[in-house]
Design a protein. Structure first.
Length: 198
């Protein structure tokens, strides 16, 4: 029996060839997949809290890939690898590395020139990262962890609370999060910063 998934608003569908790279072949439902991914993500969060990457390492394409690999390598063979297909969101698959490099350079500039507050730098970074959508799946969760690493390890501020609830489940908190993302798409970043700190 294959992996049958239902998607909620804001989730990117996983292609059939991407599903074939599921490491745990007994997983067949969204609930089971979420459970295994969450266990892997919790290990990645623990790693991120213990690790102390040099300031310059956080804003590299290599580190972005490493974080994704830490989050999903227990579940997916493609963890930490850029997507090979185009999705309903994100840049063209051939532009991923170019756009990530631009984002890293922009973020370094914002930090060096104090262009925005620390919170705004981390949230703008998160928003651009998820818009690029580098990986087959897990981009929202990945971009939030990367923002937490940047704000805490790179900018010496507290990690974000992200609405203080699970935003991967359908509900009011996820709806508020998606509204804030859509506002950020229109260059109104304030609601996403406020959401991240509530």
């Amino acid at each position: 029996m294959g992996l049958e998934l239902e998607y909620i608003k804001g989730q990117t569908p996983i292609e059939e060839e991407e599903k074939e790279e599921l490491k745990i072949k007994t997983i067949s439902t969204r609930g089971e997949l979420d459970e295994f991914e969450q266990a892997n993500i919790e290990q990645a969060i623990e790693w991120s809290l213990k690790s102390n990457p040099p300031h310059g390492k956080i804003l590299t394409v290599t580190f972005i890939k490493e974080v994704h690999k830490k989050m999903f390598s227990g579940v997916w063979d493609w963890a930490g690898e850029f997507r090979k297909t185009n999705k309903n969101i994100g840049v063209d698959k051939y532009q991923i590395e170019v756009e990530l490099t631009k984002l890293m350079d922009d973020c370094k500039f914002w930090i060096e020139n104090k262009t925005f507050s620390e919170d705004e730098i981390a949230i703008r970074f998160k928003h651009r990262l998820v818009k690029i959508h580098p990986f087959p799946n897990g981009n929202g969760r990945h971009s939030r962890l990367c923002a937490d690493i940047l704000i805490s390890k790179g900018l010496n501020k507290k990690i974000f609370t992200w609405g203080s609830k699970n935003i991967t489940d359908q509900g009011k908190t996820r709806t508020r999060y998606l509204k804030a993302i859509y506002e950020a798409d229109k260059d109104n970043i304030k609601p996403l910063i406020e959401f991240a700190r509530t």
